[in-house]
Design a protein around this ligand. Sequence first.
Ligand code: FMN
Ligand code: SF4
Length: 678
Amino acid sequence: MSNDPLLQPYQLKHLTLRNRIIVTAHEPAYPEDGMPKERYRAYHVERARGGVAMTMTAGSAAVSKDSPPVFNNLLVYKDEVVPWIRDLTDAVHEQGAAIMIQLTHLGRRTRWDKGDWLPVVAPSHHREAAHRAFPKKLEDWDIERIIKDFADAAERMKAGGMDGIELEAYGHLIDQFISPLTNELEAPYGGSLDNRMRFCLDVLKAIRARVGSDFLVGIRYTADECLPGGTAKEEGFEISKRLKESGLVDFLNVIRGHIDTDAGLTDVIPIQGMANSPHLDFAGEIRAATNFPTFHAAKIPDVATARHAISAGKVDMVGMTRAHMTDPHIVRKIIEKREEDIRPCVGANYCLDRIYQGGAAYCIHNAATGRELTMPHTIAKADRRRKVVIVGAGPAGLEAARVAGERGHEVVVFEAASDPGGQVRLTAQSPRRREMISIVDWRMSQCEKLGVTFNFNTWAEAETVQAENPDVVIVATGGLPHTDVLSRGNELVVSAWDIISGDAKPGTNVLIFDDAGDHAGLQAAEFLANAGAKVEIMTPDRSFAPEVMAMNLVPYMRSLQKLDAIFTVTFRLDAVERHDNQLIAHVGSDYGGVAKQRIVDQVVINHGTIPLDELYFELKPASTNLGEISHDQLIAGEPQSIVRNPDGRFQLFRIGDAVAARNTHAAIYDALRLLKDI
Ligand SMILES: Cc1cc2nc3c(=O)[nH]c(=O)nc-3n(C[C@H](O)[C@H](O)[C@H](O)COP(=O)(O)O)c2cc1C
Ligand code: SF4
């Protein structure tokens, strides 16, 4: 038996958890019709197979019709959910993991124009900034109804074979009652702490009356809202003690902070560049004060920190939630003493931001997450060893090399630069985004183990590639910044990448024209403003940086607002001309009828990249498939079999930004789904 603190079992009432690592509630937005169907099941089963002790499914599963999901959550107010839950719990239990589910009523943290278009309810009329609905103030019959809904939902979950439930009590309805900031009810549910906690305790009593004592019930709650006038630490400790003393809960899952704004949410779930485990000591204080089973998660991305959380007695169960989205097999790798093989979570928060923007969580550098039904987390060996030549060692090329290596192929990579990583390496130039380099480093170390040959500082020509006698050639050469977007003066501008890489010296009075709206524009703005420049970011869109989603925007705003950067929306840069040692920027608008000017000394363009595809077109005539990829075979997960030129000598494929400007996840997904069948 290992003496690793993380691998020690934990007795939670009648349930033995096989180790100390859990996945906390997170709705990846995979339900279909509000039900946890095959995709949902496959996602959790993969984590259970990987060794996690307990997976807290859902995240904000809705107990009432007037708690409609803002993205895609489980609808546990429907009876039809029970058989789906049964399939899910059976499948996870088969893998030896425990399984619970988080239940909630969102209160004001949702929208009325979702689901059944019912009014949003809360204990006051105060609107939540993030979701914008003006709530109806709860009446007595609403409160009775919702308490019953919680009990009904808990009973359904028990019937479905769950080991337990957790109530969400931070930022959602239960907490909206507890927080003095959001409760303007009279007694018995408003006023004193006794009254503000009454709804929570009534819900717990109603649940207990239904599920009995042999079913686990926990609560995930904020013990310090970190907001003036909100629940402060002292009251949070009192709440913790009262929850324990109520005898109604079996564990506390500690949160510190508030989630009513994007900035607040980002402090609760910190992203890259923010401190690791910022609330762990706080959770430890609650554990010490209550001497009660304590769970906690908040940016504990690595095994060493998780081990410290347990061995220092900060918590009983440590959440590694995003870490398991990146690598579902963390525990297995710890047991096999292969911690260095764990694919690291880089805190990019593509996962979380995307549930709002794209409707489903995906990991920036594990394209199999959320696609367990079609994409493997463990790559199978190919029947036949082939020679695969890859040109380009950006994210697409490196993933292609890793997957081809796992398939057992002989892999040779050519890269023009001296180091791997492409645009990811440039991104990691920003101190705040340094963690991104692990996307590259992890792949390089995996490739090294797999015997992949790298040739850096090598500009591969068609002859270089053909001299290798490849069976398969993958062109992953990426793209070059595309700045040729003005009617006049394209030669006078620099690209956002020029600024980030240091190839262009920062100006002092700079206009950034950003109609790509992705990270590069804001990153360049940060570089420039930090170097002392006065910066204006202009976009023709309705909002700036629309591709940088809510939580990723927070750190940029925290730095750019302090540096007095100006954001101008709905204007388009038309042309630039030189005037003495200045530049005149001519500005128009898609709405018509305006012509403005800006006098600056530097114009920066962020307009994505244009594919670097010469090599691909040179190689095309010598290939069997003439570069063609069968989308049907790609999507069906079948090997590529197109032959257009029987005299060709190799199959040729193009992936990532060498095809069209997209993002890191798209590049990695291109590589995984093609190479897993080669
Ligand atoms: C996609 C996604 C959805 C989430 N949804 C919920 C939720 O519904 N309820 C909840 O309590 N926490 C939710 N979380 C927060 C996680 O439970 C966890 O607290 C957070 O990810 C920080 O832990 P980590 O750093 O180990 O990932 C979500 C997280 C992610 C990544
Ligand atoms: S997207 Fe980023 S934060 Fe989310 S799981 Fe993947 S690496 Fe971690």
